[in-house]
Design a binder for this molecule. Structure first.
Ligand code: OAD
Ligand code: ZN
Length: 246
């Protein structure tokens, strides 16, 4: 990790792009890793907007634990390492593909959720909002296929997670792009770098003359553009947590 740590010490503006791999250290499964969510049959329907409108119970059944179990999850070593990097200076911000809200729980101040979040849900018909806690309360004690519905019009509540077939949240993605463009060092952490447009963010850093470091167990399509790919996120977190203020 020496090369990466040296680059972090020199960098005046570091950005991070995080993915589901950083939360496997908190017991949350990723999507495309060996134990990932997409290893289940028909899992690609879970975050698909057309399937949601046809049958919202596919999402609620598939995500009962993954999303609505988040109230009991705590930040892991990588979340803490990024908060530490912010505290000692140098971390400009985080673009995350994760929907688990754990960077915020760790105390990071600049987090752009490019795939949205379940913090709010909206009725698919009338747009009425429900908070994450309200939806958790509706689900409490109900069977796996239960769909929380709008009290006004009866349509399903959908989380503000970006499903396949939906546009990314505009402001969050624009801010993430700006972060990537001005970064001297981009850290791609625990992401397969396969879902676009988020996976294109490190390219903006490279085009702006910045350096890319990847920490991910499996190879990614951007490995050849990176200074290096390291496989071990726990080792990365430990190395960053031992950094002291310059
Ligand atoms: P993926 O599941 O595609 O990639 C996670 C990567 O993390 C895998 O390549 C794993 O090898 C790696 N990994 C897991 N645990 C690790 C560990 N302890 N140490 C090192 N590496 C580890 O997740 P994302 O790239 O985040 O979209 O997926 C992108 C998007 O696809 C997600 O945001 C999600 C999904 O569809 C939505 O939910 C809208
Ligand atoms: Zn409604």
């Amino acid at each position: 990790m020496k090369q990466l740590i040296e680059a972090l010490k020199k960098s005046r503006r570091t950005a991070a792009l995080t993915g589901a791999g950083i939360s496997t250290l908190c017991g949350i499964p990723d999507f495309r890793g060996p134990q990932g969510l997409y290893a289940q049959p028909d899992a690609e329907r879970i975050f698909d907007i057309d399937w949601f409108d046809r049958d919202p119970s596919i999402y609620y059944r598939g995500c009962r634990e993954l999303v609505y179990g988040l109230k009991d999850r705590s930040p892991g070593p990588v979340h803490k390492a990024l908060k530490h990097l912010e505290d000692i200076g140098g971390l400009d911000g985080i673009a995350t593909q994760n929907i688990d809200m754990l960077h915020q729980k760790a105390g990071s101040s600049t987090v752009w959720e490019v795939h949205g979040s379940p913090l709010l849900h909206h009725c698919r018909n009338c747009g009425r909002a429900a908070t994450f806690d309200e939806v958790c309360a509706m689900l409490d004690g109900k069977e796996a296929a239960f769909v929380p519905r709008c009290p006004v019009c009866g349509a399903a509540f959908k989380p503000d997670i970006t499903f396949f077939g939906e546009a990314l949240p505009e402001k969050a993605f624009a801010e993430a792009q700006a972060l990537a463009i001005r970064a001297e060092v981009m850290l791609a952490l625990g992401t397969s770098l396969t879902v676009f447009p988020a996976a294109g963010l490190p390219r903006l850093t490279l085009q702006g003359g910045g350096k890319l470091f990847i920490v991910n167990a499996q190879p990614t399509p951007l490995d050849r553009f990176a200074v290096r790919r390291y496989p071990d996120l726990a080792e990365f977190a430990e190395a960053v947590l031992s950094l002291r203020q310059a």
